[in-house]
Design a protein around this ligand. Structure first.
Ligand SMILES: [Zn+2]
Length: 667
């Protein structure tokens, strides 16, 4: 059907919680979310009051309005829970996120709404409308809407419990920062600006936190194995022991939900409406990953270990806390590449400009700074402009702040819809450069992360003009969501593109081609190991959700899988499961990253390497994938862009990129 949204003023709700005072004041946030939920209820009442024949206009439209209000409330409660300066507001935001999730779970079990949607006459409806209705009805059946009242009530209680446990699990990670002490000698190997940011006290000790900008350089550069191990254990126990019990309870709750719905395991339930379709298909994919990466990872590990033994005679093995450090040392030596040496070429401001410019040219849009307010003075706001018309807006909240979460993410802010609200999204990151005068020198993997998150952001914005809010932006199958982000990462490998923004922060010198070549070779080394890590996380996420969790020993299973899949020695005291935050959102479906990497690399192979930004693939990709949001199955989008299903070939060549000749030349 043509877009027949009500006139914009009928949707004229306050779109931004912070403009209603919700970022500073818990009561204002409560009221703002309450207003969204009231509008949600009103739309559902309108839907249910329809008499006679049901059509997309009289039934799907109010349903979509109800969904839009719920998404708006959920998105902003989620964001404020991550970024609000005041802990009272963060607490409130968490309660609001929970209130919204509960309204969502009540809706998912609302039988009259299900029956109304099922009664819509789809004759003559366009494919997007048909897909929206069919997917929604499938979601209803997976939620158990066709069960009796007592079972539905029980399911709702279980969903509410799972939501609460997930929020507590995430919150414990977010707020569980630890601090460790380091002696002056232990800081050996760390960059001078890092050491300058961590002055020693009277006893000659520096305090380091488990926040990313403090933690990551230690793991990569600190020569002291003792310091690396202390940091590693602090980092992976920052939500331990609290999250151990929470996780076990969450797994049990999920398994119970699956059992009530007639599924063998949570993993079968959670994949039923995904591209993957079943836990068995995930297992099959996992064994292809295992196969593809085993030999390469073995070879990489052997090389790194042999190198480490040369440097440190008597060294028996490398433990997991030494992996990043020894990889970095090896790369420096084998490729004559020092990852610190490129940091001066990646000051935050240049990188931001470069990422934005790349995306603008690739998707043929413009970004303009906006004076619109964000939730914090540190947030910069941009309008997305196409042919002179504003088509979306985004918020960059890019540096650490007291109370803000410590992760890197892209989040929807306003779900856009054609003829209605403009799509808005945000990046919430923790890149260096928060302090006045600090140029924020980034590591090259930080830059890759920036590209990655910006890929999500573009998906939300360019996919935000679909004809229904419920199929806008990120609303694809969950296991397609990491394809656009990982696709954009690949652009970082292009020399011309990099040189457009990688300029020395003091001298303005362009990052030399020779250095880029070395950086790329060094970057290619370690891919098999990266895939093995993904394999580890993926298998863990599946295994935890694909069995009866009664009597599950989290410590044992994480250790056994580690030993089966990774060559690095296990470190006792590692409680990584307690801060594996993706277990709440992805649950059993962490395979998404690796699966979408396969798709992303196949997508990227369609771009002309001589003219990445100018070739026709960019517009075609935007049109057949990004702009579709969730208006088609992911499988269909893959076929529309590639002309076939995804294949492993690009992934395998990426994984086993021949660098050995170069490696010897570099030594
Ligand atoms: Zn991502």
């Amino acid at each position: 059907m043509p877009a027949q949204n009500p006139a914009p003023d009928a949707r004229a709700v306050d779109l931004h919680a912070w403009e209603a005072g919700g970022a500073e004041n818990a009561e204002a946030l409560f009221a703002w979310v309450g207003a969204r939920l009231a509008a949600h209820e009103t739309a559902l009442a309108a839907l249910l009051s329809v008499e006679g024949k049901r059509s997309p206009e009289n039934t799907l439209l109010p349903y979509d309005e109800a969904i839009e209000q719920l998404s708006l409330a959920g998105a902003q409660a989620g964001v404020l829970n991550s970024v609000a300066a005041s802990s009272a507001v963060r607490d409130q935001a968490q309660r609001e996120a929970q209130r919204v999730a509960m309204a969502g779970s009540a809706l998912s079990l609302n039988r009259p709404v299900y029956e109304a949607l099922a009664a819509i006459d789809l004759n003559g409806a366009d494919p997007a409308t048909r897909h929206y209705v069919e997917r929604t009805l499938l979601g209803y059946r997976l939620a158990g809407v066709d069960k009796d009242k007592a079972t539905r009530d029980h399911l709702q209680t279980l969903h509410e419990k799972a939501t609460l446990l997930s929020l507590r699990f995430s919150r414990n990670i977010q707020e569980g920062a630890k601090t460790i002490e380091a002696t002056e000698t232990e800081l050996d190997g760390l960059p001078p600006d890092y050491i300058a940011r961590h002055p020693t006290d009277a006893e000659g000790r520096s305090l380091l936190t488990t926040d990313q900008p403090d933690m990551q350089p230690v793991m990569t550069f600190a020569a002291s194995a003792a310091l690396r191990e202390r940091m590693f254990l602090a980092y992976y126990t920052r939500a331990y022991p609290a999250n151990k019990e929470i996780l076990l309870e969450l797994l049990a709750t999920r398994q119970e939900i699956a059992a009530v719905l007639g599924f063998r395991s949570w993993a079968d339930l959670a994949t039923a409406d995904q591209m993957m379709g079943s836990a068995a298909n995930v297992r099959a994919f996992i064994s292809r990953l295992d196969e593809a990466s085993r030999e390469g990872a073995r070879r990489e590990h052997e090389q790194v270990l042999a190198f480490a033994r040369q440097r440190q005679p008597g060294l028996k093995a490398i433990d997991i806390a030494g992996r990043a450090y020894w990889y970095d040392q090896f790369r420096r030596s084998a490729f004559d590449f020092d990852s610190q040496s490129v940091r001066p070429y990646f000051p935050y401001a240049h990188v931001e400009a470069g990422v934005l410019d790349t995306a603008a040219r690739l998707f043929k849009i413009e970004f303009r700074r906006s004076a619109a307010p964000g939730w914090d003075p540190a947030v910069s706001v941009f309008e997305v402009v196409e042919e002179g018309v504003i088509v979306g807006r985004f918020y960059l909240d890019m540096h650490p702040r007291e109370g803000k979460d410590k992760w890197f993410s892209a989040a929807p802010i306003v779900t856009g819809v054609r003829g209605g609200a403009l799509p808005e999204a945000a990046l919430i990151c923790n890149f260096p450069g928060e302090k006045e005068g600090d140029p924020g020198l980034m590591q090259y993997n930080d830059v890759v992360t920036f590209f990655h998150e910006f890929g999500h952001l573009m998906h939300a914005i360019l996919g935000g003009r679909t004809e229904w809010a419920g199929i806008s932006g990120f609303a694809t199958e969950g296991d397609f969501i990491e394809a656009p982000s990982q696709m954009l990462e690949e652009f970082f490998r292009d020399e011309k593109l990099l040189q457009a923004f990688a300029k020395h922060y003091q001298t303005g010198e362009t990052l030399p081609s020779e250095t880029i070549k070395k950086m790329k070779l060094a970057g290619a080394f370690g891919r098999a190991d990266w895939v093995r890590s993904q394999l580890y996380y993926t298998t863990l996420s599946l295994d935890l959700h694909d069995r009866d969790p009664a009597g599950l020993d989290l410590d044992l299973i994480t250790k056994q899988l580690h030993q089966a899949l990774l060559p690095w020695t296990w470190l006792d005291g590692n409680r990584m499961y307690a801060s594996f935050g993706h277990l709440t959102g992805y649950s059993s479906n962490y395979y998404t990253y690796a699966f979408d990497k396969v798709i992303a690399l196949d997508f990227f192979a369609q771009f002309d390497p001589r003219d990445l930004l100018g070739c026709e693939a960019g517009s075609r990709y935007r049109k057949t994938v990004l702009e579709q949001g969730g208006s088609k199955p992911g499988r269909q989008m893959v076929r529309d862009f590639l002309g076939r299903d995804e294949e492993f070939q690009s992934f395998s060549s990426w994984l086993n990129e021949e660098f050995e000749g170069e490696l010897l030349a570099g030594q």
